[in-house]
Design a protein around this ligand. Sequence first.
Ligand SMILES: Nc1ncnc2c1ncn2[C@@H]1O[C@H](COP(=O)(O)OP(=O)(O)OP(=O)(O)O)[C@@H](O)[C@H]1O
Length: 250
Amino acid sequence: MNIGYRSKNDRTIIATDLNFQLYQGELAAIVGVNGIGKSTLLRTLGSVQSKLSGSIHIDGKDLKNYTPIDLASTISLVLTEPLASKNLTVLELIALGRQPYTNWIGRLSTTDKNKVQEAIAMVDLEGLKNKKCYELSDGQLQRVMIARALAQDTSIILLDEPTSHLDLHHKVQILKLLKQIAHETHKTILFTSHEIEMAIQLCDKILIMYPESHEFGEPCELIRKQSFERLFPTDAVTFDAKTGSFKIKK
Ligand SMILES: Nc1ncnc2c1ncn2[C@@H]1O[C@H](COP(=O)(O)OP(=O)(O)OP(=O)(O)O)[C@@H](O)[C@H]1O
């Protein structure tokens, strides 16, 4: 698949020949330097923007054959765009995740309410659920957006930098939670991240995007192939394969 942007008379190619496959129950990260195309890829997979060429299949079915309602009950997407509806309470915002399932009035069934409550508990938001979203810190809001995706209860969850505003404790907590959800509920969870060391420790698969190519596989396989060494110019940082971490060159 080729991804990028189309304007009236032009198109900008961001990445070419992307080819990878994820299975149910896997947690995977997309990593790469700033501007390499991680968000572009995630948005393309989530059908928010169209691919330049190629195809995306879910369970053998071409994504282009999904209706909007099929899509909303299959893929949930957590993007980094600022929230338009900060006037809602945390509970109301998370309940919006149930929209693909509610009737035209948007009335929540008992199942919907249970899913919302489960999501609140999973992301530890019980104490904040009646607050307005504008009263939250960026990190708290990030957890609310993850809870909304969990409430949507789709088989695929795509998240753009889900831990960018979180402190170390919450970064680890959220990534561990995503891993647990993927493994226990057999969802496929794919997120973009700059937390490469955490991705190495917690993810089942990693997609590394380079300027002209990509690598995809299990973290240990990528370490063996020295794929992380090629990620950054080596004058500033080097990758230590033994510890799976980057070292600053002094
Ligand atoms: N709407 C757009 N139209 C044209 N080009 C865009 C658009 N949005 C992003 N780009 C370009 O696409 C490239 C990839 O951007 P993208 O946001 O996907 O990178 P990224 O890997 O997620 O970066 P970062 O790590 O900084 O978040 C960049 O060169 C960016 O300038």
